[in-house]
Ligand binder design. Structure first.
Ligand SMILES: [Cu+2]
Ligand SMILES: [Zn+2]
Length: 201
C-alpha cells in the first residue's frame, strides 16, 4: 500500500492528505471552544413555527445576506391587543413546552435590555404590537446571525403575555415568579414558542 503524505498547516488552518485539502479551521478548534454552526450559503434563511397552549400561534422567518443584519418577519395570531415581549431564548428544546427553551440567548453575559441598548441580551428583540387584526412585524438586528459562534439556528423564539419593560422596570424580587426586569423584562408567561430551523433561502 502506498504511503499517503499528511501535512497539517496550523497557521493556514488547513491540512493536506496526499494532494487533497480535506479539513478546515473547525477541525483545529480546541475541544473547549464554542462550537460554531457554519451555514455556507451567502443567503441564509430560517423559520420558527410558534405553538403553545394559550391559543397563540404563528410563523417568524429570519433572513440574512452574508454577514449583514438579520431580518425578522413575523405573523402571529391569538394575542391580546397591545405590546408583547419577543425574544430568542437559549435552547431549541420544547420538551416541557416553552419553559424548556431556557433563558434569553445571552452569549456575552449581559443584562436584559432594549434592542437598541449596548447592555442587552443578544436575544432581546423588544416588543411586538398586536391589534384586533393580529400581529405582523418586521425587525432588523445585528446580534442574531444565522451562522457562526452566535448563530440562533437551533435556539427558540418566544412570544410573551406581557409588555417587555426592556430592563428599565422592577428587579426587586429575583425568582421565577418575581420581578426580574434585568433578566426577563417582566414579560410574563411564555404564550407560544418554536425552534428556529434552517429552511431554503
Ligand atoms: Cu422571552
Ligand atoms: Zn433579555
Amino acid at each position: 500500500m502506498a504511503a499517503v503524505a499528511t501535512s497539517v498547516n496550523l497557521s493556514a488552518k488547513s491540512a493536506l492528505v496526499g494532494s487533497k485539502k480535506v479539513v478546515t479551521a473547525r477541525a483545529f478548534a480546541p475541544a473547549s471552544a464554542r462550537r460554531a454552526l457554519v451555514v455556507e450559503a451567502a443567503d441564509k434563511k430560517a423559520v420558527c413555527v410558534l405553538t403553545g397552549t394559550a391559543g397563540v400561534e404563528g410563523v417568524v422567518t429570519f433572513t440574512q445576506s452574508g454577514d449583514g443584519p438579520t431580518k425578522v418577519v413575523g405573523d402571529l395570531k391569538g394575542l391580546a391587543a397591545g405590546k408583547h415581549g419577543f425574544h430568542i431564548h437559549e435552547f431549541g428544546d420544547t420538551t416541557n413546552g416553552c419553559m424548556s427553551t431556557g433563558p434569553h440567548f445571552n452569549p456575552h453575559g449581559k443584562d436584559h435590555g432594549a434592542p437598541t441598548d449596548e447592555n442587552r441580551h443578544a436575544g432581546d428583540l423588544g416588543n411586538v404590537v398586536a391589534t384586533a387584526d393580529g400581529c405582523t412585524f418586521e425587525i432588523e438586528d445585528v446580534q442574531i446571525p444565522l451562522s457562526g459562534v452566535n448563530s440562533i439556528i437551533g435556539r427558540a423564539c418566544v412570544i410573551h403575555e406581557l409588555e417587555d419593560d426592556l430592563g428599565k422596570g422592577d428587579s426587586s424580587e429575583i425568582g421565577t415568579q418575581g420581578k426580574t426586569s434585568k433578566t426577563t423584562g417582566n414579560a410574563g408567561a411564555r404564550l407560544a414558542c418554536g425552534v428556529i430551523a434552517l429552511t431554503p433561502a
